[in-house]
Ligand binder design. Structure first.
Ligand code: V47
Length: 358
């Protein structure tokens, strides 16, 4: 009965309520979920699967946040703590230009003493050295931190960064919005309302962003559904989210090593449910670095229409035990997508099509 009601809503592109969403997450068969998610995805994106050629840069691993799920962060005194100079960041970008990158993705720890001006300098120097490359940088949590260390309002911080070359915001730092989970996993981190407020302000000045959800740890199905519905409501208000990226938790080398990694089955269910609940998001992205290539490939039939990416270097998940390669060539990605009967499309950050691989 409830499945019938859900199907009727999906046909009308009407938003599902919490009860219907929980039914999908907890009870609905994976086959039905896959069918619904794939149907919705095909309606939104036809058979296209997008990818972009990008490079991730993590300016520093020194972080005051000390989140329990993070294996990347270090204290200043640690032997393997590092900070890149602005010039080193530029060199990293330049070394990837021959690989055809159209985007650089900059996310870092909350460093205790780097001034806000350092981040502005990084942007300006990257823009100067590589003017054609879109800079997607700084999670909402970093933006709040910049506001704190600079004394500027969030809106002013965003304006300064935009003027210095920032093109859009990544979706990190959202974790799970539940206050209960944040209290346990990341008590020092900005709360859900603050994360949303940064996104609202970024969207209001024309900066698009992504959104994420870290799952497969201590969250409950209700908390997953609440997270997704909160994002859908904010998207209804601003329309500024481009894609949603569910991130499966990697426990290795974290303070939560006792948790078993979520199964491929569980991951596919969450991807499919995300596609179905987020009916006003155009794109659902699989970060194959965290999911593994094979599962990411399979996810293309469970609502995913975007694969990130031909990354050259990734530190956050690899610190937490990911065994996926650090990067993948465009050729490999194209083959992987075609093998699933889908049409590979290289895109830029704002989803303009660069090459369609017919
Ligand atoms: O916020 C940290 C997650 C995020 C672990 O916007 C972990 O296009 C799994 O947000 N296991 C940062 N996940 C990365 C991120 C991202 C990645 C790719 C694309 C985009 C985008 C954004 O990584 C953090 C946190 O949720 N994370 N540690 C871990 N052990």
């Amino acid at each position: 009965m409830i499945e019938k009601e859900i199907l009727a809503k999906l046909t009308d592109n009407a938003p599902l309520n919490s009860k219907e969403s929980l039914y999908l997450l907890n009870e609905c068969s994976i086959h039905v979920l896959g069918e619904m998610a794939d149907h919705m995805n095909r309606r939104k994106n036809a058979g296209k699967v997008y990818f972009n050629v990008n490079r991730h840069i993590n300016l520093t691993n020194i972080c005051t946040s000390q989140c329990a799920f993070c294996a990347f962060s270090r204290e200043k005194e640690d032997e393997d703590a590092y900070v890149m100079s602005a010039d080193e960041a530029v060199k990293n970008v330049q070394s990837s230009i021959p690989l055809g990158i159209s985007e650089v993705h900059v996310v870092s720890g909350l460093h205790p003493d780097l001034p806000f001006e350092y981040y502005v300098e990084v942007l300006e120097k990257i823009r100067q050295a590589a003017p054609g490359i879109h800079i997607q940088g700084f999670t909402a949590v970093e933006i709040l931190y910049f506001s704190k260390i600079s004394g500027h309002s969030v809106l002013k911080v965003l304006g300064i960064l935009k003027d210095a070359g920032l093109g859009s915001l990544p979706g990190g730092g959202a974790e799970i919005f539940s206050a209960r989970v944040r209290e346990e996993l990341c008590p020092k981190k900005a709360d859900a309302a603050a994360w949303m407020d940064v996104m609202r302000k970024a969207h209001s000045i024309g900066l698009k962003s992504n959104a994420t959800m870290l799952f497969g740890h201590i969250e409950t199905p209700v908390e997953i559904v609440d997270h997704l519905i909160s994002l859908r409501e904010l998207q209804e208000e601003t329309g500024g989210f481009q894609s949603f990226i569910p991130l499966p938790f990697h426990p290795k080398n974290t303070r939560m090593e006792h948790i078993h990694r979520i199964s491929g089955y569980g991951t596919l269910r969450i991807l499919a449910v995300s596609r179905i609940i987020l009916n006003n998001f155009q794109h659902i992205k699989a970060f194959w670095i965290m999911m593994g290539l094979r599962l990411a490939q399979l996810s293309l039939h469970y609502g995913v229409d975007d694969l990130d990416g031909t990354v050259v270097e990734e530190k956050i998940t690899h610190s937490a035990g990911a065994v996926t390669p650090q990067g993948i060539s465009t050729g490999e990605l194209v083959r992987l997508i075609k093998d699933m009967g889908k049409l590979p499309v290289e895109r830029d950050t704002l989803y303009n099509e660069i090459t369609v691989y017919n």
